[in-house]
Design a binder for this molecule. Structure first.
Ligand SMILES: Cc1cc2nc3c(=O)[nH]c(=O)nc-3n(C[C@H](O)[C@H](O)[C@H](O)COP(=O)(O)OP(=O)(O)OC[C@H]3O[C@@H](n4cnc5c(N)ncnc54)[C@H](O)[C@@H]3O)c2cc1C
Length: 380
C-alpha cells in the first residue's frame, strides 16, 4: 500500500470527473467530500452537458454510454418570452446539449470510482504549506494530513483551498435566483406542463426574470431572478420557510406587472431556496502557480451562471488529468503550471460571459438576450 499523491477536495462534478479520469490513467488519489454520504440529499437542478467540454470529459472517462442512458435530448430546447408570456424566440432544437439531473450525473461518476477512494464527511477547514514544503490539509473532524504531493481544490465557489493560492474571493453580483418547485402533485402542474413542455422557458421583463426548467422526473424547477441586497433572506426581509408570505412578497415587490400566467406560477411555487449569484473577477485569474496546490471548476473561476459552469469544471478536470499523466507524479508542478495556463483564459471568458448574461437577462428587453445567445452560437 502506498499513499496516493493527489488529494481532491470536493466531490462535485469537477472533483469526481477528475477522480474518474485519474482512475482510468492508473494514477492514485483520494477524494475528500463534506457531504456525509453518497445519499446526502443535495439540491441542484438539471444541467446541459455540452459536446466539446462536459461530454468530451465523460467520453475520455469511458462514461459516455452510461451518460446517454440518462441524457434528455428532448429537454435541450429553450423558449424565450416577455413578461406578458409572448414568445419571442426558440432555440436548442437538434443541438447536442442534452440535459441530465445533477444527482444522476453525480451517481454516474460515483459508480465509476472505487468506494474506498472517497472519504465522506470530511469538511476541509484549512490548508497550509508544511515545513517540508508539502501541503498540509486539516479537516473539521480534527484530521490533519501532510502526505499528499498535490491538493486540488474542487471545493466550489467558497473554496478553502483557494486561500493558499490567492486572496481573491467571489463578490456578490447584486442579483439573485430564488429557486422553487412545481411538483407532479401541484394543482398547477398540468398548466405548467402544457405551457412549458419539454426543456426550459425563460421570461424577461422589468429587470426581472423567470426560468422554468423541466427535471428528469417531469417536475419543474422555477428560478425567480431579481436584484436585491446580498443577505435579504437572512436579515428578516422575507422568511423563505413561510411559503405564503414569500409568494406575496414576490407578487407585490417584483412581479406585479407580469401576466396572470406567471403570477400563477408564483401563487403555486413551493420549496423556496435562495441562490445569491457570485463571481470572481477577471483580474483574479492568472495567479502565480503555488507548488503543491491548484484549483479547478467553480473554485478557480466561479461566475454568474451562464450555462457553462459544470461543463468548464469538467473540462478543467480533463486538462488537469492529461497534464498529470503527461508529466508524471515526479513533475506535478509542471503539470499544474501548464494546466493553469490552459484554464485561465477559460475562466476569464466564463466570468465575462456571466456578466453579459446577467446584463441582458436582468433587463427589460428579451431581444437583447436573443442577440447575445445567437452571437454565442453562430451555428444555431
Ligand atoms: C442557481 C444555479 C444554477 C446553475 N445552473 C447551471 C446550469 O444550468 N448549467 C451549468 O453548466 N452550470 C450551472 N450552474 C453552475 C454549476 O452549478 C457550477 O459551475 C458547477 O456545479 C461547478 O462544479 P464544481 O464541482 O466545481 O463545484 P460544486 O458543484 O460546487 O461542487 C463542490 C463540491 O465540493 C464540496 N465541498 C465544498 N466545500 C468543501 C469543504 N470545505 N470540504 C470538503 N468538500 C467541500 C461540496 O459539497 C461539493 O460536493 C448553476 C449555478 C447556480 C448557483
Amino acid at each position: 500500500m502506498t499513499t496516493p499523491a493527489i488529494a481532491i477536495i470536493g466531490g462535485g462534478p469537477c472533483g469526481l470527473t477528475l477522480a474518474r479520469l485519474l482512475e482510468c490513467k492508473g494514477i492514485d488519489y483520494t477524494v475528500f467530500e463534506r457531504d456525509a454520504s453518497a445519499n446526502s440529499n443535495r439540491a441542484g437542478g438539471s444541467l446541459d452537458i455540452h459536446a466539446h467540454t462536459g461530454q468530451h470529459a465523460l467520453r475520455e472517462g469511458g462514461l459516455i454510454d452510461e451518460f446517454k442512458k440518462y441524457a434528455r435530448y428532448e429537454d435541450a430546447v429553450m423558449s424565450l418570452a416577455d413578461k406578458h408570456g409572448k414568445k419571442v424566440f426558440e432555440m436548442g432544437q437538434g443541438r447536442d446539449d442534452p440535459e441530465i439531473d445533477r444527482a444522476e450525473l453525480r451517481q454516474i461518476l460515483l459508480d465509476a470510482v472505487p468506494k474506498d477512494k472517497i472519504k465522506w464527511g470530511h469538511v476541509l477547514q484549512s490548508v497550509a504549506v508544511g515545513e517540508d514544503k508539502r501541503p498540509v490539509i486539516r479537516f473539521s473532524n480534527g484530521t490533519e494530513i501532510s502526505s499528499f504531493k498535490l491538493v486540488v481544490g474542487a471545493d466550489g465557489a467558497w473554496s478553502k483551498v483557494r486561500s493558499v493560492i490567492t486572496q481573491a474571493t467571489p463578490k456578490y453580483s447584486s442579483k439573485t435566483y430564488l429557486e422553487s418547485r412545481i411538483g407532479l402533485e401541484n394543482p398547477l402542474y398540468q398548466t405548467v406542463a402544457s405551457n412549458v413542455g419539454a426543456g426550459s422557458s425563460l421570461a424577461i421583463g422589468s429587470g426581472k426574470l423567470i426560468v422554468t426548467q423541466r427535471q428528469g422526473n417531469g417536475s419543474y424547477r422555477i428560478y425567480f431572478g431579481f436584484e436585491i441586497p446580498e443577505n435579504y433572506y437572512r436579515d428578516g426581509t422575507v422568511n423563505l420557510q413561510d411559503i405564503e408570505a414569500t409568494r406575496r412578497w414576490l407578487l407585490t415587490n417584483f412581479y406585479a406587472d407580469w401576466s396572470e400566467e406567471y403570477q400563477d406560477f408564483i401563487r403555486h411555487a413551493t420549496d423556496f431556496r435562495a441562490w445569491p449569484l457570485y463571481s470572481l473577477a477577471t483580474e483574479d485569474m492568472g495567479w502565480k502557480s503555488v507548488p503543491g496546490f491548484t484549483l479547478a471548476g467553480d473554485a478557480a473561476h466561479v461566475s454568474i451562471p451562464n450555462g457553462e459552469g459544470v461543463n468548464l469544471a469538467m473540462a478543467d478536470s480533463l486538462t488537469l488529468a492529461n497534464k498529470i499523466e503527461e508529466h508524471g507524479l515526479e513533475d506535478l508542478d509542471k503539470a499544474v503550471q501548464e494546466y493553469e495556463a490552459d484554464m485561465f483564459p477559460r475562466g476569464i471568458s466564463s466570468i465575462c460571459d456571466g456578466k453579459r448574461w446577467a446584463e441582458v437577462m436582468y433587463s427589460d428587453d428579451p431581444q437583447a438576450f436573443v442577440k447575445l445567445i445567437t452571437s454565442l452560437m453562430p451555428d444555431e
